[in-house]
Design a protein. Sequence first.
Lengths: 207, 260
Amino acid sequence: MSIAVGVIDMGTSNLASVLRGLQAAGLEPTLLRRPWVDGAFGRVVLPGVGTFKAGMEALTRMGLIDPIRRHVQAGRPLLGICLGAQLLMERGTEFGDHAGLGLIPGTVLRLPETPGRRIPHVGWSAIEPDAPWDETLLSSLAAGAFVYFTHSFACVPDAPSHRLAHFTFGPHRAAAAVAVGSATGLQFHPELSSRTGLDILRRLGQF
Amino acid sequence: MSAAVRLIAHMEIKGEHVTKGMRMEGLRRVGAPDALMESYFSQGADELLFTDIVASLYDRRQLLALLEIASRRIFVPVTAGGGVRSMDDFHALLQAGADKVSINTQALRTPDLIGLAARTFGSQCVIVSIQAKKRGDHYEAYVDHARQPTGKDAVAWAMEAENRGAGELLVTAIDQDGVGRGPDLDLLQRMALAVKIPVIAAGGVRGGADIAAIVERTGLDAVAMARALHLDGQTLSAIKAALEARGIATRPADLAGEPS
């Protein structure tokens, strides 16, 4: 039996991998390009690549800002991936200051210039818990699990308790996962993170 | 270290076969792409890279069919390239299941394609492939699968590609390719110093010792391998074990693809 999941289609370039990953995790994705009836999808995924500004413009154009907010306010799971995670924040700072969905207080900042680390951060990094992972999408992961990142910006929540996991970038700790209520943002790509990532997507189906 | 060195299995596709040449010439068949991709994924490949080496001459149906298979079975990043000429080519490869696209020849002919693709699909999916050949005290960029010199300095071209929006560079030392003599550390060092974006080292990488030399000498942390995996009996799991023994972090195998 497969579990329905709505996947917002912002013209994301690797949408095929997101859909295949969800299918491999036992979910049945439906692409969303216009507002959906509240409650039609028990869970919604917001994937995304590109710039913060373009992402918000795409959501505005499709009329999806309010449906996303209502989905989360009703306590239904929302999973943002990569840019989709960043859009959950209040503000982005890529090419100027832009308002985000505002589901998580805080901003999106460029990764700090760090000797020996290249930007964009591309590759597999270990993630460590900042808050307990039980009852979250990361519940099946062990601390130190490796996942695949490709990004130059990262979420900086105002409240430390809203950071669920971090990775280290030279001397810095940056957000790998953020969460408030039923909204979770993953800076890394679960659909490209081998079995570890599929476990996260499978967990989404159990929420 | 919380970041793992990135090991990329490179499959050069000609028709229905994975092939491997020496210095990009004299191809021999090494296996079936669908079997090899599954094998490398289950050994713990951190990424897969497909280059269709005849795509610019014929059509690319084989590659698109392979990407469809990969998108269903392979859950690590997959890059596709070879004969990419246009935004339509980018779109077709991404649609079929690629996560990133590599471009070489057309990027040098019409460099605007780099920025256009980066703005449309995100720079994370634009890999500029640079095939470099030593010429006295510098390196020259080649195109058309290392057949055509361009007169362009490979390091200067790397910097231009970065400025135009490339997300990563794939740097192949033509003279080292497929001959099993080790990587060109001088070239890789120059590239590492010239750009800030990730650089994938390719050409001549034989195994753990060569990768350790790349990491230690250049600070680069991504390596593409072909012959070592196809023909020389190296496995990614053994290479990772050798790297761990030298104190270089790798991503542990996670029984890739099998549901827990």
